[in-house]
Design a protein around this ligand. Structure first.
Ligand code: FRU
Length: 615
């Protein structure tokens, strides 16, 4: 069996084992020795591949030192079940095959005696297993056409590069639970930006700390000394302090070796999420690093990706200063309809987003290889610009070496305000649809970034279930059925035409009263998205919200492309000139789409609904 198959088999086992294992005693092949109120040794004597760890989400982490032949091989943090098991996560024993493995478990305080500690649900639920043959871990809100981990927690996309027809995506990952912890770079690949393969974990925590966000490049000339075309990853080692480290791969990013000179870059204050690229003009490597608590980005240059020289900083006192600055990206793009080129500096921030929590801020401007100079508005101020006017697109960064000069990017489709509380279980978080970043001139003369769905996504289209050349948006809503197949996942396309002033409402709804209203106001030039009654919204006070986007249009006409997955809606307006990405958790899929307007003077044209294909 391939690693991937084993991995999937193990994952899919989780659903079954959750209930089956609750009442069983610790399985054969495990010796459990309670040493004290908070300390237990679990010796693995069986030869199976996976040790299933029972997790209870609402308690603190236990610290587990994994002893291999008596030495600490790794330390992991797991919310080992105390009173109930929410789900199981596998600990893969295969790297230690043939060796003596013992888990030295320190559970959090809260037990008064060893006798009480012995009653913790986890001890009965620990199971060894090898042949996990199972069905899919399909869940109500598991996305049908977005990238998501099979199980466990995901946040930022990391280290993306394109090579030999394959898009590589790494991501912040906790393999041992569906909340943030044990940060690791997990890895997925795709050839079509739709169907994702889950690859073995790429970079694991080490003595310097866990593996925070970063970037990868293909070192075409072998400047770092690891060979031509080696894949070089830079990431933040997050131990007691944050420092930057390097890992290299000579098998196209499938496995990485950490550089023995790590860390390669240290500062006296918190800095993270290195993002690097080759600058063909200056013939050296450029690096942007988030000086998180100082609300600025730092720029470095290097001949070899290992030694970095600080050149300048950008951002102090500019843009939104309400949160930490994280996950930068810097690239140049042509401005549509002009001969001009501009640089885009992405500065993700958390909190401080326009609708609360995390969001993607960016600046346009000029970059000379050492300093970034931001564009200013007519008053000479540096305007704050947002890439997405929904609540659920964060840590967006782009692929390096994307084909045909494309600037393809992807974001984490959640918000730090409630990412750990959303009503999914064995996995938390998906990524946004991949997007093509572009630049255009807005009606105010400023340059803005657009993000349109990647062209590959058109291949998702299945049956055309609705096609109307023209529909009058009257005062009474006109409704259309949405496809029932595949949990209602669909793509809706339409143009709205308003003559004069009008307010047009588009509504997605289902039979149990969940609804999302999208309202276009031609006078205010805005599109809003109201998810306050969209389904399950009460898991966080920050979830029910109305988000509002400028529409950048002047003629009362907008074109929308709306992608509806099981727990997200992405609205792309005018080829991505305005975008809203929002999570929704409808109790059942939305089954109806209606249009109306307050003035009754508007028209919807080219209305099309496609049911989307799933794997
Ligand atoms: C952004 C972030 C990064 C950090 C990572 C840790 O969401 O806070 O700055 O590297 O998450 O998981």
């Amino acid at each position: 069996m391939t690693n991937i198959k084993r991995f999937i088999t193990a994952m899919t086992a989780i659903g079954i084992l959750t209930s089956a294992s609750l009442s069983s005693a610790a399985s054969d092949g495990l010796e459990i020795n309670h040493l004290g109120v908070n300390n237990t040794l679990v010796r693995v004597t069986g030869g199976d591949q996976y040790l299933m760890l029972p997790v209870q989400e609402n308690i603190d982490d236990a610290r587990i030192n994994v002893l291999v032949d008596g030495k600490i091989a790794e330390t992991i943090y797991v919310r080992l079940a105390k009173s109930k098991t929410d789900y199981l996560v596998p600990f893969d024993l295969s790297p230690y095959k043939g060796k003596k493995v013992t888990l030295d478990v320190v559970t959090p305080q809260g037990r008064s005696s060893v006798r009480e500690a012995k009653e913790d649900a986890c001890w009965k639920g620990l199971t060894l297993t090898d042949t996990l043959d199972i069905q899919d871990n399909e869940q109500q809100y598991r996305p049908a056409f977005h990238h998501a981990p099979l199980y466990g927690w995901m946040n930022d996309p990391n280290g993306m590069f394109y090579k030999d027809g394959v898009w590589h995506l790494y991501y912040q990952y906790n393999p041992y639970g569906s909340k943030w912890q044990n940060m690791t770079w997990a890895h997925s690949t795709t050839k079509d930006l739709i169907n994702w393969n889950h690859e073995p974990i790429a970079i694991r925590p080490d003595g310097l700390g866990s593996i925070f966000s970063g970037s990868s490049v293909i070192d075409h000339e072998g400047t770092a000394g690891f060979g031509k075309d080696a894949v070089i990853a830079l990431f933040t080692s997050a131990g007691t302090s944050q420092m930057q480290s390097l890992a290299h791969s000579s098998d196209n990013g499938m496995t990485f070796t950490k550089y023995d000179g790590n860390p390669i870059l240290t500062l006296e204050s918190e800095a993270r999420d290195p993002n690097m690229f080759w600058n063909p003009e200056t013939k050296e490597w450029n690096l942007v690093l988030a000086h998180a608590l100082d609300h600025e980005m730092l720029f470095f240059t290097s001949p070899d990706l290992k030694t970095w020289t600080l050149q300048s900083g950008f951002g102090k006192g500019l843009g939104c200063q309400d949160g930490v600055w994280e996950c930068p990206d810097l690239f140049q793009l042509p401005v549509e309809g002009t001969n001009e080129k501009k640089w885009v500096l992405i500065c993700n921030i958390n909190p401080g987003g326009p609708f609360g929590g995390s969001a993607i801020q960016y600046f346009t401007g000029d970059w000379d290889g050492k300093t970034f100079k931001a564009d200013t508005d007519a008053q000479g101020n540096v305007p704050t610009k947002w890439l997405d006017f929904g609540k659920d697109n964060y840590a967006l960064v782009s692929w390096s070496d994307a084909p045909d000069g494309r600037r393809t990017a992807i974001g984490w489709m959640s918000n730090w305000q409630y990412a750990a509380d959303v009503p999914t279980k064995q996995f938390r978080s998906a990524n946004t649809l991949p997007r093509e970043i572009g630049l255009f001139k807005g009606p105010d003369g400023q340059i803005y970034a657009s993000s349109a769905p990647s062209p590959e996504l058109s291949a998702l289209r299945g049956k055309l279930t609705l096609s109307k050349g023209s529909v009058k948006a009257g005062k009474n809503p006109v409704s259309f059925a949405l496809p029932a197949a595949n949990n209602g996942i669909c793509e809706i396309l339409l143009d709205i035409d308003v003559t004069g002033k009008d307010v047009v409402t588009l509504t997605l709804s289902n039979k149990v009263g969940n609804k999302v209203d999208m309202v276009y106001d031609s006078e205010k030039h805005t599109l809003s998205f109201d998810r306050r009654e969209s389904g399950i919204v009460d898991f966080s006070e920050n979830f029910p919200a109305v988000t509002v986007s400028p529409t950048f249009e002047t003629n009362g006409r907008i074109s929308l492309r709306i992608f509806v997955d099981k727990s997200s809606i992405e609205v792309f307006g005018n080829d991505g000139q305005f975008v809203m990405t929002n999570l929704v958790f409808p109790v059942e899929p939305y089954s109806s789409f209606s249009v109306s307007s307050t003035g009754g003077k508007s028209k919807i044209s080219n209305l099309k609904v496609y049911s989307l294909k799933t794997k």
